[in-house]
Design a protein around this ligand. Sequence first.
Ligand SMILES: Cc1cc2nc3c(=O)[nH]c(=O)nc-3n(C[C@H](O)[C@H](O)[C@H](O)COP(=O)(O)OP(=O)(O)OC[C@H]3O[C@@H](n4cnc5c(N)ncnc54)[C@H](O)[C@@H]3O)c2cc1C
Length: 452
Amino acid sequence: MLRVAVVGSGPSGVYAAQTLVQQREVPGVRVDVLDRLPAPYGLVRYGVAPDHEKIKSLQGSLRTVLEDERIRFLGNVEVGGAELSTERLLELYHAVVYCVGAARDRLLGIPGEELAGVHSATAFVSWYSGHPDAVDEVFDLPGVDSAVVVGAGNVAVDVTRILARGTAELAPTDMPQPALGALAASGVRRVAMVARRGPSQGKFTTKELRELGTLPGVGARADRAELALDPMYTDPGAAAALPAVARRNLEVLRGWAEAEPGGEPRSIALRFYLRPVEILGGPDGRVTGMRFERTAPDGLGGVTGTGVHEDIEAQLVLRSVGYKGVPLAGLPFDPAKGTVPHAAGRVVRAGRASVGEYVAGWIKRGPTGVIGTNRPCAKETVSSLLQDAAVLARRELPGDPLDALRAAGLHPVEWPGWQAIETAESDLGRSLGRRSVKIPDWAGLLGAAGLT
Ligand SMILES: Cc1cc2nc3c(=O)[nH]c(=O)nc-3n(C[C@H](O)[C@H](O)[C@H](O)COP(=O)(O)OP(=O)(O)OC[C@H]3O[C@@H](n4cnc5c(N)ncnc54)[C@H](O)[C@@H]3O)c2cc1C
């Protein structure tokens, strides 16, 4: 029997586990999927926006995998911490696949980022998604009239939409009650989503962009003159060479720029060619706005500064300018890329592939792609692992790793514990007159799992 630990129960971990048990080359593989959180599914539970129910429902197919009898979910087990080192884990299993994601945000690197009211989109997403590490985050939403979101990807679109959405539309989601209450009391009327580059260079997808224009009570706007700075906007011949998604995005933005403004109470403005220079604050240390430098296309696909500045008022700034992995104690790490160095999924230590240690998902390839991209990524990694299986399986293991984890002082949440959390979340929702509602704190989750 080959015993494998998969660290991380997000999409890449689940797909790695699935590939391991479904393949036929090496019979008798058993997989433990470990996660530091008591709940599985990684960013599908704690990142994908709560109002995107169709994508959220992917949790159903991840669940089916984790319910396979050859797979065991062990939540509340942090690898690389005091109780469980990477070395010890490798003693307990023939092979370890690290699928720990890359959900640390990047800074803008400009003055003013320390001001009250300036947050990462990651913190905001974690908070409204009920991530237990974010339960103490405070967003002073009643005091916010105008918000700035810096970034041009789908996460920027997500946080922009959640800020602008009415609570009636969010109530049917599983958003934790405190976050829903705070958004209900929000004063946000205007959200500016600001990009350094031009509209044809946005990283958002058309479906997500278009959705911003369909929110009840919200006017989506773009400025015709600003869009026209992009040669791809004004020259249909040049635009024909763009990827289809960029062409469609331009058409959505054109529609917004050409529409007569309606009388909606809230607005979303998509702004382009503005480079963040400084976050402005008042004497109370709170953000009051953001200063940008107008940029212009440099003819090489990049932008260049023009020396012209523009200030945008804001009492809340969310930065969404990319994600990065964090080093895990005991694993090599490439700080420039924010990933673990690897060769076809095998962890590379001191220039050599380490047989028995593997990576998949965002920590392997960086924070790119959609959920489905993690499937072929995990398959490549598992294929490397299976090539090493004959060598790996020769080693005798000390016994059931679960006993060793408990002996080390860990209290794993097994599948019935997770099911008890799900039941407690349904009960909580029912008591609030809502559907299932997330428990947003560690004590609540562990208590529901029967661990306190
Ligand atoms: C805000 C946001 C919204 C997104 N929305 C969408 C969307 O709508 N559609 C889409 O297709 N894609 C979306 N994505 C992308 C998608 O979520 C990722 O492609 C995917 O989650 C990456 O999978 P992963 O398994 O590599 O990492 P993750 O999903 O991050 O999973 C990593 C897991 O590892 C665990 N872990 C971390 N460190 C340790 C440790 N030391 N010990 C034990 N466990 C550990 C974490 O708790 C987590 O459960 C979104 C991403 C973000 C950030």
